[in-house]
Design a protein around this ligand. Sequence first.
Ligand SMILES: Nc1nc2c(c(=O)[nH]1)N[C@H]1C(S)=C(S)[C@@H](COP(=O)(O)OP(=O)(O)OC[C@H]3O[C@@H](n4cnc5c(N)ncnc54)[C@H](O)[C@@H]3O)O[C@H]1N2
Ligand code: MOO
Length: 394
Amino acid sequence: MIAFDEAMSRALSMVRPLESERVAVSDARGRVLAETVHAEIDAPRADISAMDGYAVRLDEARSGQSLKVVGEAFAGTPFTAPLGEGQAVRIFTGAHVPAGADCVVMQEYAQRSGDTVTFGQGFGPSRHIRKRGGDFAAGALMIERGTRLSPAAMIALAGADKADVAVARQPRVAIIVTGEELVSPGSAAASANRQPDSASYGVAALAERYGVKIVQIFRAGDDLAALEDIATHALSLADCVIVIGGASVGERDFAKPMFAGAELEFAFSKVAIKPGKPVWFGTAGGRYVLGLPGNPGSALVTARLFAAPLLIALQGGDAPAEIQTVPLPLAAALEPGGSRETFLRARLDQAGLKPVANQESGAQAPLAQSTWLIWREAHAQAQAAGAMVRAIPL
Ligand SMILES: Nc1nc2c(c(=O)[nH]1)N[C@H]1C(S)=C(S)[C@@H](COP(=O)(O)OP(=O)(O)OC[C@H]3O[C@@H](n4cnc5c(N)ncnc54)[C@H](O)[C@@H]3O)O[C@H]1N2
Ligand code: MOO
């Protein structure tokens, strides 16, 4: 059985990024840039005030000094004349600083009387002026190609005054849920032999977080002929098909056989990880197929470990960054690990990472609290509370 790193590098070497398209900035969130973005404008556009107050000449801004207020400058509506000697302009945050002024005195230090303003003690030393281009200049590199547009990056993109931007085409993902016992949530109570399909809800949510469009979720029993039809249909709709369940060696585990007619080629067919050993990946009919084990904890962990970087690779993004671990302290001691690389569902609080009590791959309740995965190497030694471990956000 191969190790995680080997499985990931085999899978990544199979993935070819999708073509790009131009989208309006309003549709770009979560997408991966297919071009490097440069600024169209300077920011700030001009020297602007960082405070509400009075624009003055620094050499005239002394406490006790009275200046004549000759006009007002608002963000979007500047005072256009230059500032003369002995003059001040009432100015508001974001307004262009009038020519001749080189300091803004906050209004908290000003006493206004008619068209005269006098300043009290204690203002400065800051001049409260944001210089033109101090954030970025027109033509400056703003965001590198391959960056996924996070909420923060969206501000840099829109701030650069881009109307539209080249991004990778959004991958279309179909999910196939296999298992005679599975029904949609809300319908299981009616029969003792039925249980809710829960895994697909977590996997779909996770995939969407990585910028893909879920085109269809198929749910099917353990009938190979029916599954073959579904596989053909799913491959016709999607760039990537994610199959949940039927990954193991049971007599009715048809996740792989249903793609046999579509020339299934494996990158790997199981991996030495816990949970999720039966995870598999390959191509079929020119599409990508990722098979996740049916146990909900295994499905979620393998989706996070494999679907996240592979779907980002499909968009030309930085796949390794998606599974980059961060060091964090343990809030509770850990027993020695087993022979497979292990991923403990955990939550993070002030004291550090605390594994949830029930680590069984079939357990669903603990997933409600699980926001991190502790990543332990094979044959990990026991670790005390406070020891540093590697983890990724779930
Ligand atoms: N003899 C062996 N048996 C098993 C092995 C093995 O190596 N040898 N591996 C075990 C491991 S590890 C796992 S993980 C499971 C994975 O098997 P499958 O992918 O074939 O999963 P199923 O048999 O379809 O289901 C397992 C379990 O999960 C429930 N399930 C399935 N899909 C869903 C869903 N969408 N939502 C909620 N729950 C789901 C299903 O009812 C079963 O209880 O195989 C072990 N067996
Ligand atoms: O690998 Mo299974 O996912 O351990 O239960």
